[in-house]
Design a protein around this ligand. Structure first.
Ligand code: B12
Length: 315
């Protein structure tokens, strides 16, 4: 064994790390040399080297040193080849390593939800959202929990070009949670409010939040969902005759103001046309179109139109 044992310098060269790094791994994580020859510096055995190799590989893959050391201390055979990828997906990476979702000042529930999203744990995501919806209602859950996590996913995607699977899974879970709210509050009566995404607009979650909030408030509406061509939108307005239309655009690419002009020129022109979402540019909106800033304002505008209609029909 003594022949095979290596000095710290030799191990550092083999692994391509600094001797000071080895010292840190020894002092902080107990990954030191185990061979002791009286009167000499301790030396690294092949088993020590195998542990350090795992440590180096996992930390290079972005896993936190503490997490990597836990695995390194186990038998090398117990460490799967794709462990780094799996730990990254589970959030066991150092800050800024691309494996966590930033949620800003949102609280521990949002951080837990972000971690569940990273693990692709749809059961935990669904439970967290359902619990928040039942406790706090749609508006608070959207603004305080879901928006920070969704925005964090978008931010991380913009930097790393990754997390597309997280974005899709999370979107699906959010949609399902809002659909459950809608199912729990069946809508009766004529639809006074029409919700639609702009042509080619796939970002429908904010509108789904609005639909769930309206259902929760007992307001009847119709929801056309994502990617609605302008002809279909005008056809729906003609057939339903809503008092208010909310047209959602999330990005500039889908914010063609002609869609709003077409609504204003429809045979049954709605009383209120709302251009909702960050895609619209205030300076390109046709006169008479209103631009709400958030979910709460959209709901109060929609309720105001409904109430004014109810008063005019009862008076
Ligand atoms: C989920 C998601 C998707 C899902 C959508 C699923 C669904 N059913 O909605 C999918 C995977 C389909 C998707 C697709 C794409 N996406 Co996307 N997506 C997102 C993500 C992560 C969340 C979207 C969301 O719901 N936001 C809601 C909240 C979180 O947004 P917010 O900024 O806090 O909200 C603001 C306002 O909207 C307003 N507000 C909030 N809620 C409400 C509610 C109402 C009623 C009102 C009036 C206002 C309001 O207040 C906030 C302050 O300004 C965003 C990231 C982001 N920051 O939005 C990217 C993001 C919007 N996507 C982006 C991109 C590039 C795309 C794709 C082009 C990707 C691609 N290459 O294919 C496609 C676009 C397809 C298309 N033509 O529409 C970019 C857009 C960049 C830009 N500004 O142009 C973003 C910003 C990600 C990024 N940082 O790169 N996406």
């Amino acid at each position: 064994m003594a022949d095979e044992a290596l000095s710290a310098g030799a191990v550092a060269r083999r692994l391509g790390v600094a001797v000071t790094t080895l010292r840190t791994w020894h002092q902080r994580y107990g990954l030191g040399p185990s061979e002791h020859v009286p009167g000499h510096h301790r030396r690294y055995t092949p088993a020590d080297l195998a542990r350090l190799e795992i440590m180096r590989r996992l930390t290079a893959e972005g896993v936190t040193p503490a997490e990597a050391a836990r695995w390194a201390r186990q038998a090398p055979g117990a460490v799967p080849a794709d462990l780094g990828t799996r730990l990254r997906a589970g959030g066991g990476v150092r800050d800024g390593g691309g494996g966590t979702i930033p949620v800003g000042r949102a609280g521990p529930v949002a951080r837990g939800l972000a971690r569940a999203a990273m693990r692709l744990d749809s059961a935990a995501i669904g439970e967290t959202i359902a619990h928040a919806l039942a406790t706090d209602g749609v508006v608070v859950t959207w603004d305080g929990l879901l928006r920070p996590v969704l925005a964090g996913i978008g931010e991380r995607h913009a930097v790393t070009a990754g997390l597309i699977e997280v974005e899709h899974l999370m979107s699906r879970c959010v949609s399902e949670a809002f659909a459950a709210v809608v199912r729990a509050h069946p809508i009766t009566g004529p639809a006074r409010i029409l919700l639609s995404c702009a042509d080619e607009e796939q970002h429908s979650l904010p509108l789904e939040a609005l639909a769930a909030a309206l259902a929760e408030a007992g307001v009847s509406y119709r929801m056309l969902g994502a990617r609605v061509p302008v002809e279909a939108l005008v056809e729906a307005v003609t057939r339903i005759g809503p008092a208010a239309v909310v047209l959602w655009s999330h990005t500039r690419a889908t914010a063609d103001p002609h869609q709003l002009s077409a609504l204003l020129a429809a045979p049954r022109r709605p009383l209120l046309v709302l251009a909702a979402g960050p895609g619209w540019r205030a300076d390109t909106l046709p006169a008479g179109v209103v631009r709400p800033v958030d979910l709460a304002e959209t709901i109060s505008l929609a309720l105001a139109v409904r109430d004014s209609l109810d008063q005019s029909t009862s008076g």
